[in-house]
Design a protein around this ligand. Structure first.
Ligand code: PLP
Length: 479
């Protein structure tokens, strides 16, 4: 092709050597891409690519490349390769499965809680037609997500429950129904920001409620709340400082005392538990996660928490509490706006069933990962290292070793948890740690690792055993 104008430097017009859109589209490689992505998307990519190349060539003097200048064929090849790269980058910008080797169990950027097998299956099954809002026994419309509500009541000892998109929408729903145009009392030590875009003061102002700050950053007493009470006070809000700890000279009233105070003034106490826990997680090294049923027993009228943190379910926000309050929330237009879809409801239901069965620690990935013992993880890491070293061989440029360190819970949960772990550390004689980490991210199934003290670290705590083979292969390819 392009015999007449094949040489860029002939005739002094490099632009004339540029292949046409149709020429690029007719190449086999491009045809494969069209089969995968559709003609429209590929044509658009080709146009952008050609525009860029045209600009580049316009700035290139025709004589710059000498007598054996680039031919039209070479240019075509170059453009087709670039096209594949653009397509790959576009594909990678979508939601892709990754191997989380960071050791951060609830990694917000990596989708928080990985779902249990049962939850995953339930979500796939609900993707078609399902009984989301249908009573099978009566053969007619039923309450939406009825089973989920029942499970939540049993697991939290609350009178009633409802589910919305996330804990942020739960907070906005509660505040807008009970406190618009009135005051909400919050301790200065609890005016938290979580994950950069959830801030208690902002949610309060969005709901139309007025924030009444009490106490100080480190110490707030019951009488601080008491002194702030007036006839505009609509609610006391207690917020679990999920992602940080103020330690040392600190105090804040217990839920029980705040509930008594709120009830004396005939207003509700709402507690934002953040992650919260269905059962006490102290045994897993998480000593400060409030147990939802204990908050309810202590007198909290409304408790809100996330479904995709330590509960281990899909993204959702759960509200449990007194029947009269939940029923008012259910009637609010915001509830309709924030409700969850059939797949989320099915996944959450399956997750809650595991909690009720008492099999959460062995079935729900976040709890399973947190419950792996230090010894067990050390054993797994040593076996993995042995296999990795066998795969990369003696004289490899890649070196793998073992060291001890810590895993993090993450996701705005349990900031002071202290989970000892064994890590695989990687170093490379020709790549910097940043380059090595980047290479791991570029493999077929991207591996997300962390860098610490000049080393790339792999924490098997967050790697499923079923992913080990893939991980081994990805790492050994870098040697
Ligand atoms: C994580 C968290 C939130 C936000 O929850 P989302 O489900 O991400 O909206 C709110 N409050 C607290 C205390 C949290 O820890």
């Amino acid at each position: 092709m392009g015999v007449m104008n094949d040489r860029l430097n002939e005739g002094g017009q490099p632009l004339r050597a540029l292949p046409s859109v149709d020429e690029i589209l007719s190449v086999d490689g491009t045809q494969d891409l069209i089969a995968k992505r559709g003609r429209r998307a590929v044509v658009e990519m080709v146009r952008v690519l050609l525009a860029e190349k045209r600009e580049e060539l316009a700035g290139t003097p025709s004589t710059a490349r000498g007598s054996n200048g680039i031919t039209r064929t070479v240019l075509l090849e170059e453009l087709v390769v670039k096209l594949q790269q653009i397509a790959e980058t576009e594909h990678r910008s979508g939601v892709r499965r990754v191997i989380n080797a960071t050791g951060v169990v609830i990694h917000t950027n990596l989708g928080r809680a990985p779902l249990s097998a049962a939850a995953t299956e339930a979500m796939a099954a609900a993707a078609g037609y399902s009984t989301i809002e249908y009573n099978l026994d009566k053969g007619r419309r039923g309450p939406r997500g009825a089973r989920t509500v029942n499970l939540l009541k049993q697991l939290t000892a609350a009178e009633d429950a409802l589910v919305v998109n996330n804990c942020a929408s739960a907070a906005l729903l509660v505040l807008s129904v009970f406190a618009t145009g009135r005051e909400v009392t919050v301790s200065r030590g609890e005016l938290v920001e979580i994950g950069g875009d959830f801030r208690i003061p902002d949610i309060l102002s969005a709901s139309g409620a007025t924030l009444r700050e009490v106490g100080t950053t480190n110490r707030t007493h019951l009488h601080d709340y008491e002194n702030a009470m007036n006839d505009r006070t609509a609610m006391v809000l207690k917020v679990h400082p999920s992602n940080f700890r103020i330690t040392g000279f600190t105090t804040s009233p217990a839920t029980k005392d705040l509930a008594e105070l709120a009830h004396r003034h005939a207003i509700p106490l709402c507690e934002d538990a953040g992650s919260g826990a269905i059962f006490d997680l102290a045994g897993l090294g998480l000593k400060n996660e409030p147990v939802i049923s204990e908050l309810i027993e202590a007198g909290a009228d409304i408790v809100i928490f996330s479904g995709d943190k330590l509960l281990g379910g899909p993204q959702s926000g759960i509200v449990v509490g007194r029947a009269e309050y939940i029923s008012r929330l259910r009637k609010a237009p915001y509830f309709r706006a924030f409700r969850v879809d059939k797949a989320i409801t099915a996944g959450l239901e399956a997750t809650l069933e595991a909690h009720l069965r008492g099999t959460a620690e062995s079935e729900i990935p976040v709890l399973k990962m947190l419950s792996i013992s230090t010894d067990e993880l050390e054993k797994r890491s040593k076996t993995f290292l042995k296999r990795l070293n066998a795969a990369i061989g003696e004289k490899a440029t890649l070196k793998a070793d073992i060291q001890t360190g810590r895993s993090a819970v993450g996701g705005g949960a349990a900031p002071d948890s202290d989970i000892r772990t064994t890590l695989i550390s990687l170093s490379h004689s020709q790549l910097s740690e940043a380059e090595l980490e980047e290479r791991l991210r570029s493999t077929a199934t991207p591996v997300i690792a962390r860098i610490e003290d000049g080393r790339v670290l792999i924490d098997l705590r967050t790697v499923a055993e079923s992913e080990e083979e893939e991980l081994l292969e990805a790492i050994s390819k870098l040697s």
